[in-house]
Design a protein around this ligand. Structure first.
Ligand code: 6R9
Length: 650
């Protein structure tokens, strides 16, 4: 990192302490919790675990044989009992668990007692089809209530779910079904995508044709006669036929704390996707507690996480975390810009959403679409805002704070991963003074550090690799079926430290600034420069909506900086504008960080979960063949960028 760039970043002097009123009502408002947790993390997590209901107590809190952890050893529990029965037994049966809103505007209300019945009924249906404890079930569905019901039904009977995002191709689905050796696939006939019916069943058929472990396919009718749905005799069953005649009571299967709860595949830059394995007890404690602390969930809240359940954010913060806290949530099937760009704000107003959790990519899109959309709606119910998935640029943070939060809502920027299971770094909204762009500090009980190449902590003001020094309850236990890969990817860079793959910096106050994946850090004339900071400086220019920055090989400097920029609505991408933006970056971060090349792009290449794929831009900037593009949300985006790039370099 260049000295100028460090100084600029650390010069972020806007700070936002929680209001006294927020602190007074917050679930956590005693600063001492950090110290107590750090003094004895194992005892701290044991105390948290006791807030849930167990069928049998554990004999040991943590058995740590690096890098393999067992938490709450010998403890028995059922996660769905804690998500559902526990609340129904406490008299909350009529409380709304989900306000479900379909893309076309159809709605459903699921209460805690109705959800328990639906889960139990489908659990019995799965049993009838031969699914039992230890089996795996792949769920390839849209954002319909049956998806939540299916995941919980699996957990009810001790089968592990493996959810594959409904936007993935038949090939990706096939790979994941085969790796998990799933016995059953639950899918939908199709799903709505911006007003058009999209078939899911046909993709499932193509995948299952080459996945011999699958015995049964269960199909949820979402689109009905809007789409053609061929059924294979003997193998395929409609959802309604499966549950026909099933009892709505199903005793929760006693699960060992370390029994597999789910597998979720993450695709890295190379190799086949990794099946991240999470187990029952530790995951429950992590997802449950962080929801309570970070989102400050109260009985009257209406909480909305806009993620898809196909990603870990949806697992932990749509399904398990909120249900563990008896929360009322919104679950939304559609897109933020269909039928128009105000759809999210219309939903916030309709359900009087109080806690709202979304991603920087969405926030930057809202900024680009203009303030008029949120301004049309009453957002005064909001009291807390969250962000996840990528570093949030200070500019986007400020917009979120002002335009969506009306300057009154604390923002929790939450850093975590599929592998960590639950949030690791985030403000506690009643305690932490926030700074735009910083995820602030590790949660109580989480031992985050920033280290150099040798695994030594860097001093305040320095940057390096983000690591976790101690095991935590919701950590991944392994890569499904591949312990060696688990060691290699996460535990081999440093001895006994979990390496997250992200770069980070710690400022003089000890605040953490996430810099993105370490592969995305550039080396320009001997200076480490994070793509993230140059992007933030680009977005800081009034006309820029979004930016992606990569390094490309340069004979003299080692790497040269190339920036790909989308402009706000109505701004013209002239040569003058190009120079102006590059100068702006130079003025903010120092001349060393000034992009050598800047391209205007109508869209940036992103994964289906909204993360910018810099790897592909690097391929374009280096004039290389494009690597794997199967996880791209819109493959045409890279073709158009490549043409532009080649035209300029011809
Ligand atoms: C939850 C989720 C994990 C990667 C992670 C990091 C990036 C997530 C972030 C963030 C900066 C944040 N990331 N949250 N970077 N600030 N608040 O996104 O899981 O899909 O596994 O991605 O996402 O690079 O390593 P996953």
């Amino acid at each position: 990192m260049s000295q100028e760039a460090i100084e600029t970043l650390l010069a972020e002097d806007r700070t936002f302490p929680p209001s006294e009123a927020f602190t007074a009502q917050a679930n956590l408002n005693d600063e001492g919790i950090y110290e107590r947790a750090a003094a004895d993390p194992v005892a701290f997590w044991e105390e948290q675990a006791k807030t849930f209901e167990w069928m049998e107590p554990w004999s040991q809190v943590l058995d740590w044989q690096p890098p393999f952890a067992k938490w709450f050893v010998g403890g028995k529990l059922n996660l769905t009992f804690n998500c559902l029965d526990r609340h129904v037994n406490a008299g909350l049966g009529d409380k709304v668990a989900f306000h479900w809103e379909g893309e076309p505007g159809d709605t459903k209300t699921l209460t805690y007692s109705s959800l328990l019945k639906d889960v139990s009924t489908f659990a019995n249906g799965l049993k009838k089809l031969g699914v039992g404890k230890g089996d795996r079930v792949t769920l390839y569905m849209g954002m319909v209530p049956e998806l939540v019901v299916s995941m919980l039904a699996c957990a009810r009977i001790g089968a592990a779910h493996s959810i594959v995002f409904g936007g993935f191709s038949p090939d990706s689905l096939k790979e994941r079904i085969k790796d998990s050796e799933s016995k059953v696939v639950v899918t939908c006939d199709g799903s709505w995508r911006r007003g058009s019916p999209v078939s899911l069943k046909k993709n499932t058929d193509a995948a299952v044709a080459e996945a011999p472990t699958v015995e049964k396919v269960i199909v949820v009718p979402r689109l009905g006669d809007k789409i053609e749905t061929p059924m294979v005799e003997g193998r395929d069953h409609w959802w309604d036929d499966v549950i026909e005649g099933c009892s709505d009571e199903c005793a929760p299967e006693p699960m060992d704390a370390e029994d597999l709860l789910f597998i979720l595949y993450t695709s890295g830059t190379t190799g086949k996707p990794k099946g991240i394995a999470h187990t029952t007890g530790g995951y429950m404690v992590g997802a449950g507690m962080t929801t309570k602390w970070v989102f400050d969930i109260k009985p009257d809240d209406v909480y909305w996480c806009t993620a898809d359940i196909g990603w870990v954010t949806g697992h932990s913060y749509i399904t398990y975390g909120p249900l563990l806290n008896a929360a009322t949530s919104v679950m939304f099937e559609g897109a933020p810009n269909y039928p128009d760009e105000a759809r999210f704000w219309q939903i916030v107003e309709k359900y009087k959403v109080t806690v709202f959790y979304t991603a920087p990519t969405a926030i930057r899109a809202f900024m680009r679409w203009g303030d008029e959309h949120p301004k049309k709606h009453d957002l005064s119910s909001l009291r807390l805002l969250g962000s996840v998935g990528e570093p949030i640029n200070p500019e986007a943070w400020m917009w979120y704070h002002e335009v969506i939060g009306g300057e009154r809502c604390p923002i929790v920027d939450t850093w975590w991963q599929t592998e960590t299971g639950s949030i690791m770094i985030a403000p506690l909204p009643g305690l932490t003074t926030t700074k735009p762009g910083s995820a602030t500090r590790a949660l109580p009980g989480i031992a985050v550090d920033v280290v150099d190449e040798n695994g030594e902590s860097v001093p305040k003001g320095g940057g390096g690799f983000l690591v976790l020094r101690k095991p935590w309850p919701s950590m991944l236990r392994t890569v499904f079926g591949d312990d060696q890969r688990y060691r290699d990817v996460y535990w081999s860079k440093f001895d006994n430290l979990y390496f997250a793959g992200d770069g980070a910096k710690r400022d003089e106050d000890g605040y953490l600034w996430l810099l993105g994946r370490v592969d995305d850090i550039m080396l320009v004339s001997g200076h480490n420069i994070s793509t993230m900071e140059v992007e933030s400086a680009c977005v800081d220019h009034d006309d820029v909506a979004e930016a992606a920055v990569v390094g490309r090989t340069h004979e003299i400097k080692g790497q040269a900086i190339a920036a790909f920029v989308t402009l706000k609505k109505g701004v013209d991408g002239s040569d003058d504008k190009n120079t102006e933006i590059r100068k702006h970056v130079s003025a903010k971060l120092g001349p060393i960080c000034r992009p050598d090349e800047l391209y205007f792009a109508p869209e940036l290449p992103k994964t289906r979960s909204g993360k910018i794929m810099r790897r592909l831009l690097r391929d374009i900037a280096e004039g290389r063949e494009l690597g794997d593009t199967t996880t791209l949300a819109d493959p045409t985006v890279v073709d158009s960028l490549r043409q532009q790039y080649e035209a300029k370099h011809a």
